[in-house]
Design a protein around this ligand. Structure first.
Ligand code: ATP
Length: 290
């Protein structure tokens, strides 16, 4: 079984508060993009989970989220057979693009079929949400969704079923630490905003439906951008560079470190990529909504 494990971007991410359990409440808008890892799954006779990856940037043991997903199903349903998991990594690691959660969902869904568990979407969400906050979004198998809670209470935006955008993504050669970025947000505190998160999400959804990039650029927002740039100034440099090339809709995804710009045409995305690739320390990707 060879599967595509897609990445996500956050077009909106507002941290609302820190909860008593130390997680944060947020409102977010996800977009799934066609940048993907490959996951190769093979059933094996021995009663084990094996995992390998083509990079040392992710762990090749039980702490890998793909392994954890297989372990979760194997233990819960007392499965006697094993599985061999190979990951070909293309999604930037610790880039705020949900690579680990996406890999976990691929494995959950594939093993649900392979082991004939018959789990529905709701059951998969219940089981998988403890693996990572982005897991419920990927289980919903949708191009766009809004979410509340820890980003795990997901509602697909079906009115955007047909919306497609091109993105130019720049990733600095650093790994952003999600816990550190949230700790920094806790210190900086919440900036006053004039509009509620709900009304921002409504306006953004409407702008996305109209494909109005200039309107979209006014609503794109990420509370974690400021703390991330304070911790990793290179993120700020990428934002400045993308803006200086004339891009309006520019934002950091998740807790960073990837920064994306939204454009409507493939040719625009490719021409920007050529200019950005002159900086050899940044990884530049082009991706479309999927
Ligand atoms: P998050 O914001 O949830 O930390 P992210 O989208 O910024 O995630 P990921 O690429 O998912 O970044 O990596 C987050 C961490 O998870 C890394 O430290 C990585 O080593 C670990 N990890 C475990 N399994 C995987 C996996 N299969 N793919 C990517 N990262 C993984």
């Amino acid at each position: 079984m060879v599967l595509n494990s897609y990445a996500k971007l956050n077009l909106y991410l507002r941290v609302l508060s820190r909860r008593k359990d130390n997680y944060h409440s947020l409102k977010t808008v996800f977009e799934r993009i066609d940048l993907h890892d490959k996951i190769i799954l093979k059933p094996i006779a021995s009663d084990r989970i094996k995992i390998t990856a083509d990079t040392k940037l992710i762990p090749a043991d039980e702490s890998n989220l793909a392994f954890a997903a297989a372990g979760l199903l194997k233990n819960k349903f007392r499965i006697r057979s094993g599985v061999d998991i190979k990951i070909i990594k293309r999604i930037p690691v610790a880039g705020g693009m949900g690579g680990g959660s996406s890999n976990a969902v691929c494995v959950l869904c594939a093993l649900n079929k392979l082991w004939k568990l018959g789990l529905g979407k709701k059951e998969l969400v219940m089981l998988g949400r403890r693996l990572g906050a982005d897991v419920p979004f990927f289980i919903h198998n949708t191009s766009f969704a809004k979410a509340g809670g820890r980003g795990d209470d997901v509602r697909p935006l079906s009115q955007l079923r047909k919306s497609r955008f091109w993105h130019i993504i720049a990733v600095p050669g650093i790994r952003a630490s999600t816990p550190l970025v949230y700790q920094k947000w806790d210190k900086i505190g919440q900036k006053v905003r004039l509009t509620s998160a709900d009304s921002d999400v409504k306006m953004l959804t409407s702008a996305l439906r109209k494909k109005n990039i200039s309107l979209i650029s006014k609503i794109l927002f990420n509370s974690l951008e400021e703390p991330s740039i304070k911790l990793y100034p290179e993120i700020g440099k990428i934002k400045e560079k993308l803006s200086s090339l004339g891009l309006k809709a520019v934002l950091m995804s998740g807790s960073g470190a990837a920064v994306f710009g939204m454009v409507c045409s493939k040719s625009e995305a490719f021409s920007l990529a050529r200019q950005l690739r002159r900086n050899r320390t940044w990884r530049i990707c082009i991706a479309r909504t999927i």
